[in-house]
Design a protein around this ligand. Structure first.
Ligand SMILES: Cc1ncc(COP(=O)(O)O)c(C=O)c1O
Length: 390
């Protein structure tokens, strides 16, 4: 039996979302068509839009369907920057945190390399939390087109001080985007009360179908489209809407958000037990990221284990029936160091990173299974490393 401890990469599809996805798959009309079949499809899409909006504190007109977190982040970073600069050519600066997911980092760096954007990657502390004083100082220099700071970090689970970020940016009339891909379903996420201009969501992190997502874009915020075609999604994201996946996505978001308060308590307790027991049985392990619960995603545990490589740990855990990760799934298989850990000042040369993430299907048995095998896995991973160095 496999213990799945990688919900941060993808969480299993919820039964309700699967049922809705399958049910809507019989729909044959294009929601943009005027005939009855088109209208029936459009009704499903618009009901789904209302469902997502209601769950995340947005108006239906503020929900833009995308194919997932990466597309939402690209649309936000490229679109907010270009729209701001187009209306005010002196706004050439872009501020992001140094621990953003590559889905934010890469479009921001692309703007710097190809469109003359002046990019500043803002520092974080040893827990991975943004330094708001530096953000304030950077905003005070003027010329900022947009700010992007994630709601919660995907590697070490650090929640970012978004309230402070939004109020600082508001003083300079600068729109803020937050990548909330890891946050939705784990902590309360609400567009209206956040004051954010835009917020990214991904389907496969909340128990929805893979290849689904949304960008929530506050009414009145200027954003340039990235792709061009028909006028779907108010021209912001043209292309025929994928009716059944969108329906499944909306059901997943509603369920994840509805269950969030009780899941947060349940997962934080499980996570704390996992951390306590691992630290007690594996002396070489230490917790990375915020140690106090309220500053961390409830389902996230991130450990550095001395004398091991993260890759060896993952392979040995996999062989023992435990699915884990070193950090971002998008980096898996690519042996490069983590920019998140580097920004936090964490040494990766002498220790391996292990990310264990819990979600809606996690149980105590998953924690038991990990605690049973981890000491042996760590011993073997150390032997492998020592043999490699000899
Ligand atoms: C914080 C964060 N942003 C963006 C993404 C990319 O989302 P998607 O896989 O839906 O493209 C991920 C995926 O791991 C993530 O964790």
């Amino acid at each position: 039996m496999t213990s799945y401890l990688d919900h941060g990469a993808a969480t299993p599809v919820r039964a309700s979302a699967l049922e809705a996805l399958v049910g809507a798959s019989a729909t044959s009309g294009n929601p943009a068509s005027v005939h009855g079949a088109g209208r029936a499809a459009r009704r499903l899409v618009e009901d789904a839009r209302e469902q997502v909006a209601a769950a995340l504190g947005a108006r239906p007109g503020e929900v833009v369907w995308t194919s997932g977190g990466t597309e939402s982040d690209n649309l936000a970073v490229l679109g907010l920057y270009r729209a701001a600069r187009r209306t005010d050519p002196t706004r050439t600066r872009l501020l992001i945190s140094a621990v953003e997911h590559h889905a934010v980092l890469e479009p921001a760096r692309w703007l710097a390399a190809h469109e003359g954007a002046q990019l500043t990657e803002l520092p974080v502390d040893g827990d991975g939390v943004l330094d708001v004083d530096v953000l304030n100082a950077q905003l005070a220099r003027g010329g900022v087109a947009a700010v992007s700071v994630m709601w919660a970090n995907n590697e070490v689970g650090a929640l970012q001080p978004l309230e402070a970020v939004v109020s600082a940016a508001a003083r300079h009339g600068v729109p803020v985007h937050a990548d909330a891909v890891q946050a939705v379903g784990q902590v309360p996420v609400d567009l209206a009360s956040s004051g954010l201009a835009a917020l990214s969501v991904s389907g496969h992190k909340v128990g929805g179908p893979q290849g689904t997502g949304a960008l929530l874009l506050r009414r009145g915020v200027a954003l340039d489209a990235v792709q061009h075609g028909g006028g779907q999604e108010r021209g912001l994201r043209p292309g025929s809407v994928a009716v059944a996946p969108v329906v499944g996505f909306a059901v997943a978001v509603a369920e994840a958000v509805g269950q969030q308060p009780e899941q947060a308590v349940r997962l934080a307790a499980l996570r704390d037990e996992l951390v306590t027991r691992v630290l007690a049985t594996v002396p070489a392990a230490r917790l990375t990221g915020p140690s106090d619960g309220p500053r961390r995603l409830p389902g996230n545990a991130h450990l550095m284990i001395d004398g091991c490589s993260g890759e060896d740990l993952l392979l040995l855990l996999d062989a023992a029936g435990i699915a884990a990760s070193t950090g971002s799934a998008c980096q898996a298989g690519v042996a490069r160091t983590s920019h998140v850990l580097a920004a936090m000042g964490v040494d990766e040369e002498h220790s391996g990173a292990l990310r264990l993430t819990l979600g809606h299907t996690s149980t105590r048995a998953d924690v038991e299974a990990l605690v049973d095998v981890l000491p042996g896995v760590v011993a073997r991973a150390r032997n492998v490393r020592q043999a490699g160095a000899a």
